[in-house]
Design a binder for this molecule. Structure first.
Ligand code: HEC
Length: 142
């Protein structure tokens, strides 16, 4: 009996930890949002716009290169992940990343309607491209 209870507790705990992502930092994403797929076909122009959004709204915390190293993050004592590491966003669905950007995540401010929906979906692809450039669309032929 003890063993069974222990197993149940372990499973519940693991579930809670997974669901919460990073307790106190990154909130859980509702399942119907997490399952959303990217409705936008990434284009070189779209990624270019996403890069501008990133430079203005994200780099101050996440770093220009996505490393998570920035003056603001260190002065706020934020524990940042490195977007250049493939593991960072590997388990995140596109829907989850989009949701966290739009709604914010703990200390991270919500992007809300500051940028166009299309640009924010491109931003999801841009973030993935920081660890895997092969997901980015080919440059436009000049
Ligand atoms: C005020 C600082 C701040 C700004 C600005 C900010 N973030 Fe964050 N962000 C954080 C913190 C803190 C976390 C939680 C720690 C982490 O995951 O690195 C986080 C987490 C995330 C995550 C979740 C990572 C994960 O899976 O746990 C994503 C995706 C993300 N940010 C993207 C962005 C994007 C895109 C922008 C710009 C639109 C942005 N952030 C702007 C501070 C910030």
């Amino acid at each position: 009996m003890r063993k069974i209870l222990g197993t149940i507790a372990a499973v519940v705990f693991a579930g809670a930890t997974l669901g919460a992502g990073y307790p106190g930092q990154v909130p859980a994403v509702p399942a119907d949002q997490a399952s959303k797929t990217n409705p936008v076909k990434p284009t070189a122009d779209g990624i270019e716009r996403a890069k501008k959004v990133y430079a203005v709204d994200c780099a101050l915390c996440h770093g220009e290169d996505g490393s998570g190293k920035s003056d603001l993050a260190s002065s706020m004592n934020l524990k940042m992940k490195d977007f250049r590491e493939p593991d960072t966003l590997k388990k995140r669905t596109d829907g989850e990343i989009y949701y966290l950007i739009v709604n914010g995540a703990g200390t991270m401010p919500a992007e809300g309607t500051r940028a166009k929906t299309e640009d924010l979906w491109n931003l999801v692809v841009y973030l993935r491209g920081l660890s895997d450039p092969s997901v980015l669309p080919a440059e436009k032929k000049k």
